[in-house]
Design a protein around this ligand. Structure first.
Ligand code: ADP
Ligand code: F6P
Length: 320
């Protein structure tokens, strides 16, 4: 193998830059040429590709976002778009690709591998919604961002004696809500994986108020069924407590990656190059119990993500 490419795809996540840096530097260290493919699969279709050198990835390990930019490419899912991508790979002499992205991006990586292009996936998403890895790149930074927001909201919540609902991202996965809620001492955590009774949430709020609690933080995952404003209204009506809703949104996707995410991204990026050099393809890199591991992409994506019930119960116990 002489030349590999790297791309970021789907929703960006903090630590993607650290992963790109690791792929480029490990590739060059091992005597490979490395090209950067811009805007994910869109750049692959359009030939938006540039050669990377050691300095192309200087000064990015601490930056959020992705220097290669990203996209969600509908064209790549079509037969014509996919064939164009294969032609570009051929024309540029790319012999292996590292795809950094979420589950959708990994499905794309699987397709490339099936078409004979050695491809390795890295889990880049804030959602932590991939069952085959304990953590995805960007999750730790996102929960720290949420934690910071919770601390700020707690100040004003206390001053006014309010209940504040904080809606967080995560698509269908409640991990951002669960981990940030536990770390932030939230009174209630509402996730899509667990049935939640609003009456129970209200009961906790009233009990808290009755024993002199001045603030209440409820973390609500975006994947929970229903409208957040309506949930807030219902809680206000049932408890008589003034409720405010904050939807954190894309603030959770940016920011300088934490040490954890930089280290995870660096380890995974280095491992992806190692796998390509060993002739592996169609595999995706993860981390289980602090050990870097890899799975066949189709197998990894068929695993069902389970919420950590122990953490959920612990958060409940500690917030009585
Ligand atoms: P993420 O990777 O963050 O989950 P998406 O689900 O939007 O984000 O996927 C990113 C891109 O991956 C899509 O825009 C598309 O180009 C590609 N992709 C997603 N699913 C498939 C699929 N089944 N086959 C081929 N490509 C796919
Ligand atoms: O997958 C990452 C994520 O931030 C989800 O948590 C969220 O639901 C979605 O992407 C938002 O997507 P977009 O940036 O396209 O609005």
């Amino acid at each position: 193998m002489k030349k590999i490419g790297v791309l970021t795809s789907g929703g960006d996540s903090p630590g993607m830059n650290a992963a790109i840096r690791a792929v480029v530097r490990a590739g060059i260290y091992n005597g490979l040429k490395v090209v950067g493919i811009k805007r994910g699969y869109e750049g692959l279709i359009n030939g938006d590709i540039e050669e990377m050198n050691l300095s192309s990835v200087a000064d990015i390990i601490h930056r959020g976002g992705t220097m290669l930019r990203t996209a969600r490419s509908e064209a790549f899912k079509t037969k014509e778009g996919f064939e164009k991508a294969l032609n570009v790979i051929n024309i540029f002499g790319i012999e292996g690709i590292v795809v950094i992205g979420g589950d959708g991006s990994l499905r794309g990586a699987e397709k490339l591998s099936e078409a004979g292009i050695p491809t390795i996936g890295l889990p880049g998403t804030i959602d932590n919604d991939l069952a085959y890895t304990d953590y995805t790149i960007g999750f730790d930074t996102a929960i720290n961002t949420v934690l910071h927001a919770i601390s700020n909201i707690r100040d004003t919540s206390t001053s006014h004696g309010r209940a504040n609902i904080v809606e967080v991202m995560g698509r269908h996965c409640g991990d951002i809500a669960l981990y940030a809620g536990l770390a932030g001492g939230a009174e209630s955590i509402i996730v899509p994986e667990e049935e939640c009774s609003i009456d129970e949430v209200c009961k906790r709020l009233i009990q808290g108020r009755n024993r002199g609690k001045l603030h209440s933080i409820i973390i609500l995952a975006e994947g929970v069924a229903g409208n957040s404003y309506e949930i807030a209204k219902e809680i206000e009506t049932k408890t008589g407590i003034d409720v405010r809703l904050t939807i954190l949104g894309h603030i959770q996707r940016g920011g300088s990656p934490t040490a954890f995410d930089r280290i995870l991204a660096s380890r995974m990026g280095g491992n992806a190059v190692e796998l390509l050099m060993k002739g592996k393809k169609g595999r995706t890199v993860g981390m289980k119990g602090n050990e870097i591991c890899n799975f066949e992409i189709s197998k990894a994506l068929s695993m069902k993500k389970e919420m950590n019930k122990n953490l959920y119960e612990l958060a409940k116990t500690l917030s009585i």
